[in-house]
Design a protein around this ligand. Structure first.
Ligand SMILES: [Zn+2]
Length: 257
C-alpha cells in the first residue's frame, strides 16, 4: 500500500481526477445514462480507496469539491463537511477490490438496461461495433435489491467476474474500465448498443454480431485513440453548452493522458 503521499500533496495531485469524475458524472447525466441516482467512482491511485461524490449531490451539478474519498471498507478518509457517500458505494469498492485492472466504475439505473433483466427469452445482444468491448459476456446479477452490504457487493463483483459490464435484475447495471475517460466512452457505447437492441426488437428478430465479425472488429487495438477522440468530443460539447465549466483544466488532454 502506498501511503507515502502527504495529504496536502495528495489533494493537489488528485484535483484533475476530481474534475474528471465530476465532468463524467455531469456528461452521463446529460446523456440520460445517469439521472437523479446512479454514480461514477474512481480508484485513488496506490490506495485501497475510491473517490465518489456525496449521497445527495445532484448528478447534474456535482463539483470536484464535493468529491470524497472512501476506503474499500467504507471508512470516510476525506470529504467536504457533512460528506456521506451514496448507499451503494460498496458496489464500486468490491468491484475494485476484486479487479485490480479496474480503475473506474459506473453504476446506472437506466431503464434501457434494466429492461433486459425483466423479460424472458431476450438477451442484451452485441449488435454495434463498439460492443466488442463486452464480447466476453454481460451477466445478469440475480439480486434486484439495493446493494448496500459488503456481502452483496462481493456477490455482484463475483457475477461481474472478468467481464466489463453486468446487468442487475430489475435495477440497472455496472460498467468498468481502466480509466475515467475510458469509462465515459464505454458507458456511451453500452447505452447505444442497448438502445439498438430495443429498436431492433421492435421490427424483427435480433441478428447479433458473429464471432467472425467480432474478430474483425479488432478488440481493443485502437482503444486509446478512440477514447481520446470521444473524450475530446464529449468534453468539448459539455464545455460549449455549459454542462461543464471551461476552467476545469483537469479535463485537458495533457491532464488525462
Ligand atoms: Zn442501484
Amino acid at each position: 500500500m502506498n501511503t507515502a503521499i502527504k495529504p496536502s500533496n495528495r489533494a493537489a495531485s488528485l484535483e484533475p481526477l476530481k474534475e474528471q469524475l465530476a465532468a463524467v458524472t455531469r456528461i452521463l447525466n446529460r446523456e440520460a445514462i445517469l439521472s437523479y441516482s446512479g454514480h461514477v467512482a474512481a480508484r485513488v491511485p496506490g490506495q485501497d480507496a475510491l473517490m465518489i461524490h456525496g449521497i445527495n449531490d445532484s448528478r447534474a451539478k456535482v463539483t470536484p469539491e464535493q468529491m470524497g474519498i472512501v476506503d474499500f471498507d467504507g471508512n470516510i478518509l476525506e470529504g467536504p463537511k457533512g460528506y456521506k457517500p451514496p448507499l451503494e458505494t460498496v458496489i464500486h469498492a468490491e468491484i475494485m477490490r476484486a479487479r485490480p485492472d479496474v480503475n473506474a466504475t459506473v453504476h446506472i439505473h437506466s431503464d434501457v438496461c434494466a429492461t433486459f433483466t425483466i423479460v424472458d427469452d431476450v438477451e442484451l445482444a452485441l449488435l454495434k461495433g463498439h460492443s466488442v468491448r463486452w464480447r466476453s459476456g454481460i451477466p445478469t446479477h440475480p439480486d434486484p435489491s439495493h446493494i448496500k452490504s459488503r456481502e452483496q457487493g462481493e456477490a455482484l463483483a463475483k457475477t461481474l467476474g472478468k467481464h466489463n459490464g453486468a446487468l442487475i435484475r430489475a435495477h440497472g447495471g455496472v460498467i468498468v474500465a481502466e480509466s475515467v475517460p475510458s469509462l465515459l466512452i464505454d458507458a456511451v457505447h453500452f447505452d447505444e448498443n442497448a438502445k439498438a437492441c430495443l429498436q431492433a426488437l421492435s421490427i424483427g428478430k435480433l441478428k447479433p454480431l458473429t464471432e467472425k465479425e467480432l474478430d474483425a472488429l479488432g478488440g481493443n487495438n485502437n482503444r486509446a485513440q478512440h477514447v481520446y477522440k470521444l473524450w475530446s468530443y464529449y468534453v468539448g460539447k459539455a464545455q460549449e453548452s455549459g454542462v461543464v465549466p471551461a476552467e476545469w483544466t483537469g479535463l485537458a488532454q495533457e491532464a488525462v493522458y
